[in-house]
Design a protein around this ligand. Structure first.
Ligand SMILES: Nc1ncnc2c1ncn2[C@@H]1O[C@H](COP(=O)(O)OP(=O)(O)OP(=O)(O)O)[C@@H](O)[C@H]1O
Length: 257
């Protein structure tokens, strides 16, 4: 089964061009989009989430062209956690997460189901004990969890995340990756995320998609994709790479003076 299928995407913004990009995301998989700054990773994710409008090409989500979805129907199918650092209004954690239920607001007064979804999102992200705290009093990592909980409360089978581990310390980065892995495995959600941290991308994801200058230059399993040749060509980094227990050990070659 295919969660996301994109064919021949083209999109321009300023001097940047996304050029003939195609991708295939299997249902139930965990995928990382990696690549240097400005290579088009967020743009690609935003096109899939319909936050940007394609110039040409097609994107299907669950075998259906994204342009044929009604807005709330799409929001019940795919959730996206953006890189947004917008100020969050003065509301509690539970109230914030309840926004994730907006695509179900046409479904009458089924308050029970809505409350269940919010409780579940709080519980999965370990935020139940802080449900009545004001969001702006949470730490950066806790806020990141709340934003993931909001996406979970949307009860979609596909979740996109743009740099979910940014601003987190190493412990919280791994905690978050473990959480996403659990959501993927236990709750069978398809997860696609932009990541800069190559170790985490390789250790946790089934598939890596590598972007450079608006194009996809490699796709595949981490050990096949993350090679010395790729680091040199895509990141201009001369380094040795070996894998230990799914983790890539990347050692840059430094010129000795
Ligand atoms: N609204 C805009 N107008 C003009 N150019 C834009 C706009 N938004 C993004 N860009 C440019 O498009 C290119 C791709 O941006 P994008 O955010 O997709 O890259 P990225 O790979 O996610 O980068 P990063 O790793 O730095 O977050 C960049 O050169 C960026 O400056």
């Amino acid at each position: 089964m295919t969660a996301i299928q994109a064919e021949s995407l083209h999109f321009r913004q300023g001097a940047f061009q996304l050029d003939d990009v195609s991708l295939h995301i299997p249902t139930g998989s965990m995928t990382a989009i990696i690549g240097p700054n400005g290579s088009g990773k967020s743009t690609l994710l935003r096109l899939v989430a319909q936050l940007l409008k394609l110039e040409s090409g097609t994107i299907e989500v669950n075998q259906k062209d994204i342009t044929t979805y009604k807005r709330k129907e799409f929001a019940r199918t795919l959730a996206m956690m953006t890189q947004s650092h917008d100020a969050i209004p003065a509301i509690t954690v539970a109230e914030f997460i309840a926004y994730g239920q907006y695509p179900y607001s046409d479904f009458g007064s089924n308050k029970h189901k809505q409350t269940d979804a919010i409780d579940w999102a709080l519980q999965v992200t370990g935020l139940t004990k802080w449900r009545d705290r004001m969001v702006h009093t949470l730490s950066g990592g806790e806020k990141q969890r709340a934003r993931i909980a909001l996406a979970l409360a949307q009860q979609t089978n596909i979740i996109l995340l743009d740099e979910p581990t940014t601003f987190l310390d190493i412990t919280h980065q791994f905690e978050l990756m473990n959480l996403l892995e659990e959501i993927n495995q236990t709750h069978n959600k398809t997860i696609v995320m932009v990541l800069h941290e190559l170790q985490q991308a390789a250790a946790y994801c089934h598939q890596l998609i590598v972007m450079k200058q608006g194009r996809i230059t490699a796709v595949g399993e981490p050990e096949q994709v993350l090679t010395e040749d790729l680091l040199s060509k895509v990141y201009q980094l001369e380094a040795s790479v070996r894998f230990e227990q799914n983790y890539p050990i990347i050692i840059p070659r430094r010129n000795k003076t």
